[in-house]
Design a protein around this ligand. Structure first.
Ligand SMILES: Cc1cc2nc3c(=O)[nH]c(=O)nc-3n(C[C@H](O)[C@H](O)[C@H](O)COP(=O)(O)OP(=O)(O)OC[C@H]3O[C@@H](n4cnc5c(N)ncnc54)[C@H](O)[C@@H]3O)c2cc1C
Ligand SMILES: *[C@@H]1O[C@H](CO)[C@@H](O)[C@H](O)[C@H]1NC(C)=O
Length: 422
């Protein structure tokens, strides 16, 4: 009765075998901890830090061999202003707040970042009304300094740009996410938090007022024959559990026996590829350049790295998930299909007509953990805190933490830590 696993998709052979995990293991030692954060991505680390700063004892587990190897290493590293999101959404509030916290923190700690500014461009007349809607929305959300530029002004700022109008967002910027994570992690450790890698949470069950979590060595899971019964290395009994497992947060929540499946959204995944610009001595742009948004993403945009490299992306490729074990071990397909460059050229040339043939090289890819699918309007962050949202005290689920999750990480952390400051 430890885990019922009713929700496992029967079409996945590994998932079927994974049922064997369900057998109750009474032999595993139980350990009490105050707070358990599952996932050491930028969001999990931020939450661990905030809880530790509030004096709570924190253990962070991650299935990978170090922190931040998943989506937190596979994004645009843009500090978003907070323009795109509906007025009353968590995304709007946490992005605007998170941006301010992030700039403050990065300046204070000397974390590489730059307020480079961004232009959202309408390449044709059709995009102009979209731009003015975005401007209105941004102003409503409290984004400072937004200004509409006509063609002349925009081209004066960016001579390579083709557009009829552009929306300037001066407070958008870029950050070195790895340095940021390292610094946040250092703070957390200095306040007593412990990070444990190669440790995968494979499920849990509600017992009394708390959720018991089964943890196993990732190597053991990796080597698992898929048939034999896995014995958790230990069972953790925390007062507070933060499920910040990114792409696998939903799969994991489905393995919490006693958590109603009705509160768990259906997961969707959208891969985004990046191509880098080769053979350029000077970057063609000084600002981030974004087209008007598309279904599932913000459009193939220009991002600058702090080291001056230019990249284009990410596109949107809806993909199916993987079975739970593979998801916990981050075995998603991150291959960059070089032939996709053929689709990037025309998209980019709408606003950068001088892009030369053969100048795009495959870069990397990331996968967006989404709670809405193709054709549906973009979903909000889903942050379920405690009894009132799902009936389980001391459980926080974070679902759909796609962009602007990096920008929002410190605000998400405040939001959670304030609720559970004790
Ligand atoms: C293509 C792309 C571009 C983006 N661009 C931007 C941007 O420019 N600006 C911005 O603000 N945001 C951006 N984002 C969003 C941002 O990257 C994410 O919101 C953020 O990195 C999420 O962090 P996280 O900690 O929630 O998840 P992750 O970084 O995915 O961390 C989750 C962790 O959980 C671990 N884990 C998983 N399952 C288990 C388990 N069962 N047991 C133990 N550990 C487990 C994983 O190993 C992983 O380390 C982008 C996202 C994508 C995909
Ligand atoms: C994690 O596992 C890898 C092998 O997969 C190993 O090389 C590494 O030392 C382990 N790290 C820790 C912290 O145990």
């Amino acid at each position: 009765m430890l885990t019922k696993l009713k929700k496992i998709s029967l079409s996945s052979p590994t998932a079927l075998k994974f049922r064997n995990l369900a057998s109750k293991s009474t032999s595993s030692p139980k350990e009490n901890v105050d707070c358990l954060v599952i996932g050491a991505g930028v969001v999990g680390i931020s939450i661990a830090r905030a809880l530790a700063l509030k004096g709570r004892e924190v253990l962070v587990v991650d299935s990978a061999s170090t922190f931040g190897t998943s989506t937190s290493s596979r994004n645009s590293q843009v500090i978003h202003a907070g323009i795109y999101y509906p007025r009353s959404s968590l995304k709007a509030a946490l992005c605007v707040e998170g941006r301010k916290l992030m700039y403050g923190y990065c300046s204070e700690r000397g974390i590489p970042h730059e307020r480079v500014g961004k232009l959202i461009v309408a390449a044709g007349e059709a995009g102009v009304s979209t731009l003015s809607n975005l401007m209105d929305r941004g102003v409503e959300n409290g984004v400072e300094g937004l200004r509409m530029l006509d063609r002349c002004e925009a081209v004066e700022m960016e001579p390579e740009l083709n557009c009829v109008k552009a929306l300037l967002s001066p407070c958008s910027g870029i950050v070195d996410c790895h340095s940021l994570m390292l610094s946040l992690l250092g703070d957390a450790e200095n306040h007593g938090a412990t990070f444990s890698y190669n440790s995968t949470v494979i499920g849990g069950h509600v017992e009394g007022d708390s959720l018991n979590l089964q943890v196993i060595g990732s190597q053991e899971l990796e080597n698992w024959d898929g048939i034999s019964v896995l014995n958790p290395e230990f069972v953790l009994v925390p007062n507070l559990v933060v499920n910040s497992a990114g792409l696998s947060a939903i799969a994991l929540a489905r393995r919490f026996d006693g958590l109603s499946s009705s509160v768990i959204p259906k997961p969707h995944f959208a891969r985004g590829l990046y191509f880098t610009l080769s053979n350029t001595r000077e970057p063609p742009f000084k600002h981030l350049i974004y087209p008007t948004p598309e279904d599932g993403g913000l459009g193939v945009h220009v991002t600058l790295d702090l080291d001056g490299q230019v990249k284009f992306g990410p596109n949107v490729e809806w993909i199916s998930g993987v079975d739970d074990v593979s998801s916990f071990l981050d075995k998603y397909d991150y291959t960059v299909d070089a032939s996709q460059a053929e689709r990037f050229y025309p998209a980019i040339r709408k606003y950068y007509p001088n892009l030369k043939d053969g100048s795009l090289e495959p870069g990397y890819s990331g996968i967006r953990p989404k709670v809405t699918g193709p054709g549906q309007s973009a979903g909000d962050f889903v942050i379920q805190q405690g009894e009132e949202s799902h009936g389980v005290p001391g459980l926080v689920n974070l679902f759909g933490i796609e962009s602007p999750g990096l920008t929002s990480c410190m605000a998400i952390a405040e939001y959670v830590a304030n609720r559970f400051s004790k």
